[in-house]
Design a protein around this ligand. Sequence first.
Ligand code: HAM
Length: 419
Amino acid sequence: MFKRISGTKDILPDEVSRWQKLESDARAVFSLYNFTEIRPPLLEDAALFNRSLGTATEIVQKQMFLIPNQEETYALRPEGTASVVRAFIENNLDKKGGLAKLYYLGPMFRKERPQKGRLRQFHHIGCEVIGGLSPELDAEVMSLAHHLLRVFGVSGYRIKLNSLGCAGDRQKLAFSLREKLSGRRQELCEDCVERLDANVLRILDCKNPGCRAIVDSLDSASTHLCPDCKKHYDGVKVCLGILSVPFEESPRLVRGLDYYTRTVFEITHDGLGAQDAVAAGGRYDTLVSELGGPSLGAIGFAFGVERVLLAAPGDASRASAQGVFVIPIGDEARQAAVRLLGELRCAGVSCDTEYQGRSLKGAMRLAHDQGARWAVIIGENELRSQTVMLKDLASGEQREIAAGQLVSHIRAGADAQSS
Ligand code: HAM
């Protein structure tokens, strides 16, 4: 017996309707903001992620699924931003004029220790806007995330906001943090001792209580902003107010990927336990040029779909009954059923039948279980008179109708149901 790999999930037929609804709701909202979909491959050159996310980040150091291939190493993508930027540059999407507003849906892969809300194959619904620098755009992107969550039916979330500033501000912050923390090396957790040299900003959002207490006694990140970055940050906050997007400033928020500049945000939900971020994102104004493209500002975010589904209320209401269940009685009727199913499907009517030789009673039960709206029974009498017995499974009413009239009866019934 084979089992699925730990940290992966089968999305079973019972759950798949929630996924499909989330995906179609997301597509509808993205189109309101004039985004179009992009589908980059799941496999990329591992060097793309080393370069974009940073060699000192946990994802690059420990979490990538790598596939050696002759001289190169491929990676199953751990996130979407680097791939979208690579695709944007490689396909000259900047030459198509204006701003590129792109969204994507699909699996991401990280070799993490699996736990509730943390998988090795998980899914993102994300977006990237490449080509804009204005604070209004940051607010629009954040309000899009807020809009999506409301449409997904999630409530009780918190939007945390910070600005890391430009490269110079980050360097200043890193320098001053290193200075303040070097003398307290012994008090830091093992990971933060490593971070002190490799990625000192990550100490700011360490979850260890001891490290937290130390960090709480330090200056906040936004006090290191240069005048331009401060102006940008203030502009973002004003526009979020105009758009009525609730947010909390969170000066310790630094994010675990190196490409961020200026605005960063994370959306958390208290009902999720330790892995409480449903979405995260921010601005990355230097990444496009660092990957060989033009000098363009950019911003984006990604939702963890599994976490959104954990935070969203389950839809207990059964989908309204639809479709036809054809029940033949006897061998001759089986062939008539084959023809009828073909005709119904060509006419765009969803239908199914019974293939396992159940009794009429058993077949009727199956029709109910499958959520059919009508049962169509064909027996000897019906065959002789070229009729069918049409039973409305909601009301229990049944009547004999000409076989040739079935589609129009079904359509009329469906119209009456939807009006
Ligand atoms: P990220 O914070 O690494 O950002 O991931 C975004 C979201 O993906 C998280 O907030 C979380 O909901 C979900 N997530 C991450 N890891 C896992 C996991 N192992 N299992 C389940 N869900 C997970 C990014 O990936 C950036 N590319 C976001 C972005 C887009 N920034 C700018 N543009």
